[in-house]
Design a protein around this ligand. Structure first.
Ligand SMILES: Nc1ncnc2c1ncn2[C@@H]1O[C@H](COP(=O)(O)OP(=O)(O)OP(=O)(O)O)[C@@H](O)[C@H]1O
Ligand SMILES: [Mg+2]
Length: 329
């Protein structure tokens, strides 16, 4: 894959996603026969290097969560490869897959829903260690206390239940639970959704601290560009199941090339500032992923559309080192 920046080209990627497709069947209501495909992820390729924070942005329904869940193994892809440390996850045996899966963790959009409200914090954090390791009870208790402290919770919290915590504390708890399994790659799905701005900032700061302390690599899925700008070093912009632009966060924000990226950046609310480009706005709704238009999938909403865009589907092309754009113009 050619999605690396200059510094990254020295390392091999921790994760390489190649031409990944995940289609959901559309069935007719009576006979339940498949009548088409909903193309949620439609040929996505990118690499992530150890220690990177990679952002994945795009409008609601563009396939961000489906991509994350397919990488995690929740969905079987229709096509493509997912290489984790050079091993194709899809082709591993069930036993190898189970071991590999511990290395990749997913933090769900709804943090509270992934915590069993009948279990105390102590039990919630100890359970993965009981299932997946042969640690002694004392070692487990030490690890649980260490992680609780690392995510900013107190040892008294061991005896409380998830519903007794605030939204921000529940995120911290979810993080501690995931860290029990020593993951290497964590996929965060909307890590700050539903939190007020001051808590958002604390959670983002915590993510950065934990990344350094536990030598993690992150994929941060968000429709909030400011979140990605704050913590990610590289980012990909998705539209209707495809990556339209990928580069360093700095380049995407300062020198965006794809009209969709430019429009998304223009749409970030800014107090007291006039828009730089009045002709840049998102027209209407995106087409349905069940019925994709021919040519460029962004053409119906693009302010710069040309005839060619109705005929030719652009592929990602390198415009400068590590900066790839899928646009006919
Ligand atoms: N399990 C599923 N079965 C059928 N269709 C699905 C399934 N999961 C997602 N989809 C569809 O796939 C498309 C992409 O959904 P996805 O949840 O990946 O979007 P998203 O980018 O994460 O959106 P949001 O920002 O709202 O979370 C949508 O059209 C959605 O309806
Ligand atoms: Mg989602």
């Amino acid at each position: 894959m050619i999605t690396s920046t200059k510094e990254n080209s020295k390392h091999s990627p921790i994760l390489s996603v190649q031409h990944l497709k995940k289609y959901f069947p559309i069935r007719n209501t009576f006979l339940k026969r498949r009548v088409g495909w909903l193309k949620a992820v439609d040929g996505v390729s990118f690499d992530i290097f150890p220690g990177e924070l990679m952002g994945l942005v795009g409008e609601s329904g563009c396939g961000k969560s489906t991509l994350g869940k397919t990488i995690l193994g929740m969905y079987k892809p229709n096509e493509g490869k997912i290489l984790f440390k050079d091993k194709d996850i899809i082709k591993l045996s069930i036993d190898e897959k189970r071991k590999m899966r511990r290395k990749i963790q997913y933090v769900y959009q709804d943090a509270a829903a992934s915590l069993d409200s009948w279990w105390s914090v102590g039990r919630l954090l100890r359970e993965p260690l009981v299932i997946h390791t042969k640690m002694t009870r004392t070692d487990m208790d030490d690890k649980v206390l260490y992680l609780l402290n690392a995510v900013g919770l107190r040892c008294e919290d061991l005896y409380r239940y998830p519903h007794e915590f605030s939204g921000g504390q529940q995120r911290r708890l979810g993080l501690a639970r995931i860290l029990t399994l020593n993951p290497e790659l964590i996929i965060f799905d909307e890590p700050t959704a539903g939190l007020d701005v001051s808590v958002q900032a604390k959670i983002l700061k915590l993510l950065i601290t934990l990344k350094e302390e536990f030598q993690l690599t992150y994929i941060v899925i968000s429709h909030n560009l400011s979140v990605v700008r704050m913590i990610c070093n590289r980012m990909a912009v998705m539209y209707l199941g495809k990556i339209m632009e990928i580069s360093t966060t700095e380049t995407i924000f300062n020198k965006p090339v794809h009209p969709y990226t430019k429009t998304l950046i223009e749409s970030i609310p800014q107090i007291g500032e006039r828009k730089k480009h009045d002709n840049l706005f998102l027209k209407g709704e995106p087409p349905s992923p069940e019925n994709m238009p021919p040519g460029c999938r962004f053409q119906s909403r693009c302010s710069f559309k040309k005839d060619i865009c109705e005929k030719i589907e652009p592929s990602l092309q390198e415009v400068e080192t590590g900066h790839l754009v899928a646009c006919n113009l």
